[in-house]
Design a protein around this ligand. Structure first.
Ligand code: ZN
Ligand code: ZN
Length: 251
């Protein structure tokens, strides 16, 4: 399975870092996790046409993780897109209400035109979509946030935390699957803020989850990529990578 980091940044504008979005590819199928502002363009830049994204998975409903949903759906109405196969949007509790609110504002512009659009809140405990196996566990964040396990046919995959600190449920899920942990690291070393992680916390979570490798992402402008990686490496023995937009990793 191939992971492409589309956006490695946060809500704050940064040269070279877009808002959160990851692309997962296997067997010709494309899954996108989170759609931060500008993600639709980033997906296209990664060589994937929006009409070929079959599943959008959202970690939570903060704007930096889902603000591109409207541009994404609106683009699908353009003649050039001519989408035909179904699109599933899967996310945490509150997603259906969120979509209803968008629909109240944008009306038919956010409906599926010529294709089936489904909006589904995760009920668990597991799900299969194409060649992908999915699982989810809550993190500790200021709103409901699901960390997603997404694995390929060999059950080797990724866990993407979205936002938030680790929970017992997340650690339990981590220990069930061989995975690379794609963890938020929005805080610089030494800074604590409930509901977010610094490099040490992300590394400790990788140790607890038994992760094979760690990718630090969701980096704020104040987080120095090199020192974040160095700090994480002191605590976690596996490979540590700091995400960059466009980074491709086989997982
Ligand atoms: Zn958030
Ligand atoms: Zn965020």
């Amino acid at each position: 399975m191939r992971l492409t980091i589309i956006g490695s940044g946060t809500s704050l504008p940064q040269i070279g870092r877009g808002a959160p979005c990851c692309l997962l590819q296997e067997g010709g199928r494309n899954v996108v996790v989170d759609l931060g502002s500008g993600a639709s363009r980033g997906i296209f830049q990664a060589g994937v046409h929006l009409r070929d994204v079959g599943l959008v998975v959202l970690t939570h409903l903060h704007p930096d993780h889902c603000a591109d949903l409207v541009p994404f759906l609106f683009a699908m109405r353009a003649e050039e897109t001519a989408r035909q196969h179904p699109l599933l949007i899967l996310g945490p509790e509150g997603l259906r209400r969120h979509y209803s609110n968008l629909h109240r504002t944008w009306g038919h512009w956010v409906e599926g035109a010529g294709y089936d659009l489904s909006v589904m809140e995760w009920e668990g405990p597991s799900m299969k979509w194409g060649p992908f196996h999915l699982g989810a566990a809550p993190t500790a964040h200021s709103v409901p946030n699901l960390a997603w396990y997404i694995g390929g046919h060999d059950r080797s995959g990724v866990i993407l935390t979205g936002d938030g600190e680790g929970t017992d449920a997340l650690v339990k899920m981590g220990r069930m699957f061989s995975h690379t942990l794609v963890a938020e690291c929005s805080l610089p070393a030494g800074r604590d803020l409930p509901g977010h992680m610094n490099p040490a916390q992300a590394a400790d979570l990788a140790v607890e989850c038994g992760s094979r490798a760690l990718v630090l992402t969701h980096l704020n402008p104040g987080v120095d990529a090199e020192s974040a990686k160095a700090e994480a490496r002191e605590r976690f023995g596996g490979e540590v990578t700091t995400a960059e937009d466009g980074l491709v990793i086989d997982v």
